[in-house]
Write a protein that binds this ligand. Structure first.
Ligand code: TYD
Length: 218
């Protein structure tokens, strides 16, 4: 099985509930990397490849398909398999830093825990999809779902953090609590890789902390 040390580039993933501020933090980090002249690939799951764009459409815009939790789990893995084999792994092999907005921990939290497909099964599928590759660093922006629902309600959102609704915006707060608990359990199991950052702070404060985590990897 390949491990992250087998290739020269580093892989950094960002995770958290929808609305936790990933987009803002990725933007701040890429600007910081630009200033330092560090080359990177900024990508995302799902949707980092042309196939992924199609899968994203199926997953997020076709409610009438009534996709089952297990089928949903496989669709995210199909996106990931394509993403890793055509984009992420070649970039890492070329020595490029890869930043991905979500990776397989999202599948474990959303499909494994919250959708009840089972975290162990989803973790196994994820490792097949990534050809055994795991991120070198995962930044988990942790936020109480109560705060998230206030942020993603356009009537209350002054942060500009959420532009469009996603597949899970209409899910109950209980669902989002399960996602959060799932993420926190995965983080507890992998403390060296997954860093939990309190997301209810200013973007600048969180960014400083992220820079402190990323700098040693460069
Ligand atoms: P997206 O619009 O990219 O939003 P966000 O900025 O919140 O990431 O939507 C991605 C959604 O897909 C998000 O709700 C999490 C979900 N997701 C899964 O359920 N499983 C997965 O494996 C991945 C990668 C994402």
């Amino acid at each position: 099985m390949n491990t992250s040390s087998a290739s020269t580039g580093k892989l950094i993933s960002f995770e958290g509930l929808d609305g936790a501020g990933k987009t803002t933090q990725i933007e701040l980090l890429t600007r910081w990397l630009d200033k330092r002249g560090v080359a990177y690939l900024n990508t995302r799951e799902p949707g980092g490849t042309p196939l992924g764009v199609e899968l994203r459409h199926l997953l997020f815009e076709r409610d009438e398909l009534n996709i089952t939790p297990l089928a949903e789990a496989f669709l995210f893995q199909a996106d990931r398999a394509q993403h890793f084999s055509t984009l992420v792994l070649p970039a890492l092999e070329a020595g490029t830093l890869v930043i991905t907005d979500r990776c397989f921990d999202a599948s474990i939290a959303y499909q494994g825990f919250a959708r009840n497909v089972g975290p162990e099964l989803v973790a196994k599928l994820s490792l097949i999809a990534t050809q055994g590759h795991i991120p070198d660093l995962t930044i988990l922006l942790d936020l109480n779902p109560e705060v998230v629902s206030r942020r993603i309600d356009p009537a209350n959102d002054q942060s500009g953090l959420r532009a469009a609704p996603s597949r899970f915006d209409s899910e109950s707060e209980v669902f989002h609590q399960r996602v959060r608990q799932g993420f926190r359990l995965i983080a507890r199991a992998h403390p060296a890789r997954i860093k939990v950052l309190e997301a209810a702070r200013t973007a600048a404060e969180i960014h400083r902390e992220i820079v402190g985590l990323v700098e040693p990897l460069l």
